[in-house]
Write a protein that binds this ligand. Structure first.
Ligand SMILES: O=C(O)CCC(=O)C(=O)O
Ligand SMILES: [Fe+2]
Length: 531
């Protein structure tokens, strides 16, 4: 696939986001590679008429060219399209067409969505729809049939990397994790790639090895690495051995270390130095609320002030959806001016994690990041580097809006300063993440859809964040948030020595699919900030 030069993103001008545009950063910052042909398709135009945006990464969005514009649903993929080359194995198109499971499912969906009643909800993204379809009875049996056809021709393709990679993607979409991992390993072995490449060597060696891989080899290594991360989250025995947080295996009560990790102190700013914060909270992975902190803005950020400073800027507002597989179960609802968002105050529309440097630079200049979080390697990079301008970001949450259970992306820590209103935060122990029904699809960020029973079996701890309070959320903590009033808040994700190793791990995995993560690794290594 075509990859647009990194220098074209982010655009110099603030974005005029349309509903078709994928998240700018996500995270929120959820990194956005989507290698399904449904990428960038707006809800209203589902199923897509064209597949012109196939496999475009967030960092290379929007695509410069449209490749197969004009093809209709029924003619995609084109009849005469060449399947990917199959190393050595004799290609028999009827048995193995080279498709990965997501592409096969998307094509199947396009052809059958009018005749089958799959119950796919309307107002969710193309990505969420595809994940939903994979869980329907018909979707599952399509995938199972395809998989059993593939299994039937395994002997013909026993030396084909593409074949085993494709099989792994089917097992993965069917949530057969150990089979998926086993087939990833086979594909990587056939391509002479060490499955543990992600964990080995310094950054330079890692990148020089990765640069030698083909796109599908990187995809296979990416899937293997994501499965490894996922299995670690799900594996009860390894969770019991971890030093931080968590409820261990079956946990109605907190262990002593969980108690320490979960309990959230309120400390007055005058009584906590930056060093105390680092040693007592940040490096111990304990959340804390710092109260009576110096105001980070020269004048109060009322809605009027925000409207007059950046009312004309556009924002893609979010809305929660139980069926969403987007980050924190938040779907993009619509694009509108900030002034319209403030005036209309539509129930369930949430202005969420909106980058101030990128979208409202004047407002960004007024905000001083609290001293506790200045030690942040994401701000040591060049202006165009990934994450460099993502924060501080703004949250305007009408009463009742929520963000679903999630873990902050790329191993980052998080802070939030609440300007007005009250936010209810609920934390779960990091080690209990696997007990809360995490579901992985195409990123390292799972969505969580725990049943009431699962929730009842895991300890949690809630606090109500008040105006003027500053919250620190350590990397790896599952949490969810509800706006008890109309709220205005500002936040940031950050990385320092205490979370550098998991940050690097996530960045290495992401670099297999996202060129901007790859460039960030290179830059941080050139700056000697990582090795
Ligand atoms: O305030 C919220 O709704 C959630 C903030 C949060 O957890 C995040 O952006 O990671
Ligand atoms: Fe979060």
């Amino acid at each position: 696939m075509e990859r647009v030069p990194i220098s074209t993103w982010p655009p110099a001008e603030p974005l005029n986001l349309t509903p078709e545009t994928p998240p700018l950063v996500g995270g929120s910052t959820s990194f956005w590679p989507e290698t399904i042909p449904t990428e960038g398709v707006s809800i209203s135009s589902w199923p897509p008429e064209t597949t012109s945006t196939e496999g475009v990464y967030i960092s290379s969005w929007p695509p410069e060219t449209t490749s197969i514009e004009g093809d209709s649903i029924s003619s995609w993929p084109p009849e005469d399209s060449e399947p990917p080359s199959v190393a050595k194995g004799k290609l028999r198109k009827t048995e193995f067409d080279g498709q990965t499971a997501r592409i096969a499912l998307a094509v199947w969906l396009r052809r059958n969505h009018t005749t089958l009643s799959l119950g796919i909800p309307d107002k969710i993204s193309a990505k969420s729809k595809l994940n939903f379809a994979a869980l329907t009875k018909d979707g599952r049996s399509f995938l199972e049939n395809k998989l059993s056809d593939l299994e039937g021709s395994e002997s013909v393709y026993s030396d084909s990397f593409d074949f085993y990679h494709s099989m792994a993607t089917f097992f993965d979409l069917l949530k057969l994790n150990s089979k998926a991992q086993e087939y990833c390993v086979r594909s990587l072995e056939l391509a002479n790639i060490d499955p543990d490449l992600i964990n080995n060597g310094n950054v330079k060696d890692f990148l020089s090895q990765v640069d030698r891989l083909s796109d599908s080899e990187k995809d296979s290594l990416w899937l293997y690495s994501r499965l490894q991360y996922q299995n670690k989250m799900l594996d009860k025995s390894s969770r019991l051995c971890e030093p931080n947080g968590g409820s261990g295996g079956s946990s109605a009560t907190l262990s002593l270390s969980d108690d320490l990790t979960l309990k959230i102190d309120r400390v007055k700013a005058a009584e906590i130095s930056v060093e105390d914060f680092q040693s007592e909270y940040c490096s111990k992975r304990r959340a804390v609320i710092i109260c009576q902190a110096e105001s980070p803005t020269p004048s109060p950020w009322t809605l009027n002030h925000i409207r007059s400073s950046c009312g004309d800027a556009r924002v893609a507002v979010k809305t929660p959806s139980a069926h969403s597989t987007e980050w924190a179960n938040l779907e993009e609802a619509e694009s509108k001016k900030v002034s319209a968002f403030i005036d209309q105050k539509i129930r369930d529309h949430y202005l969420f994690d909106w980058s101030l440097p990128l979208n409202a630079p004047n407002l960004a200049k007024e905000f001083k990041v609290p001293k506790y979080f200045e030690d942040n390697i994401l701000t040591a990079t060049s202006p165009d580097a990934l994450y460099r301008q993502s924060w501080p970001s703004l949250f305007l949450g009408p009463k009742g809006t929520k963000s679903g259970l999630h873990i902050d992306a790329f191993g980052s820590h998080f802070w939030m300063y609440l300007i007005s209103g009250v936010k209810k935060w609920t934390f779960y122990p990091p080690r209990a993440a696997g007990d809360l029904s995490p579901s992985f699809s195409d990123s390292m960020d799972p969505t969580f859809n725990p049943s009431q029973e699962e929730l009842d079996n895991v300890s949690c701890y809630s606090i109500e964040l008040q105006p003027g309070e500053l919250l620190f959320v350590p990397a790896g903590s599952p949490h969810k948030v509800e706006n008890l009033d109309d709220t205005v808040a500002v936040s940031g994700n950050f990385v320092n020595s205490s979370n550098l190793s998991e940050f690097q791990h996530h960045l290495r995995v992401n670099a297999l699919q996202d060129p901007r993560s790859r460039d960030l690794l290179t830059e941080l290594s050139q700056l000697n900030l990582i090795t």
